[in-house]
Design a protein around this ligand. Structure first.
Ligand SMILES: [Zn+2]
Length: 62
């Protein structure tokens, strides 16, 4: 596993560069609040990108 490669070094929302310490927190907590834009970065979203696609005409939750 290349777990280190999954840690983003910039905020995906505003592009602010994350400090090495913030990257450590992100790896440990799996989440980090960006101090630039208050966007909540979730590490899981980088590992398992699951775009929510709703089928038209379906009201049931899967
Ligand atoms: Zn940000």
């Amino acid at each position: 596993m290349n777990e280190r490669d999954l840690i983003p070094d910039t905020c995906p929302h505003c592009g602010r560069k994350l400090s090495p310490w913030e990257q450590v927190l992100l790896r440990v907590d799996r989440a980090l609040m960006c101090k630039g834009c208050w966007y909540r970065i979730f590490l899981d979203s980088f590992e398992n990108p699951k775009p929510k696609v709703k089928k038209p005409g379906s009201d049931k939750e899967e």
